[in-house]
Ligand binder design. Sequence first.
Ligand code: SF4
Length: 197
Amino acid sequence: MKLFSPSEKQDSLDVLNYHIKVCTRCGLSATRKHALTGEGNIGAGLLFVALSPGAKEDAQNRMFIGPSGQVFNNLLHKAGIERKSVFMTNLVKCILPRNRKPVPTEIESCSAFLEDEIAIIQPRVLVPLGYYATNAIIAKYHPDSSGQEMIFKNINGRLLDLGEIKIFPLTHPSALLYNPSFEASTLESYKKLKSLL
Ligand code: SF4
């Protein structure tokens, strides 16, 4: 794996972000205001991967500033992880109309951008948030997996060494908006993640 200096990382991200911002590879380009690029500390040990921008993120072109972002900030704070120390991005860079689920072609169209972000940031631990980001990352880095052992509910909150990369899947913060009872167990997982650093 090629190692990047901080300036090389920033230069590579700037080029990648330009391509994301003008991307029209899938139909979501027609309904977005902004294609969101990753945001945060380019030297981060943790790279969080959410699903897609929400309405506020799409309008203001910033990661995790809407209701899910408030939940995310709260979990990070309670676990003792500084938001400015991590890097955040989305599996699908453009907003999904009416919060619908992504279709496979949208994930496939966008996944090369995520792979490039991972290659540039080179996190110690990749943290997919929720079912879709976890599935996409398992499919990429552990393509031979099948059956129950790698489905999201069985690996949520567990550190997995996939050889090329370590991943630690977590519940997506938006799930806590609908199911506040998930907070206690999710916070325990965030604390476990912090203890790994
Ligand atoms: S979702 Fe991804 S692939 Fe589709 S238009 Fe946006 S940036 Fe391009």
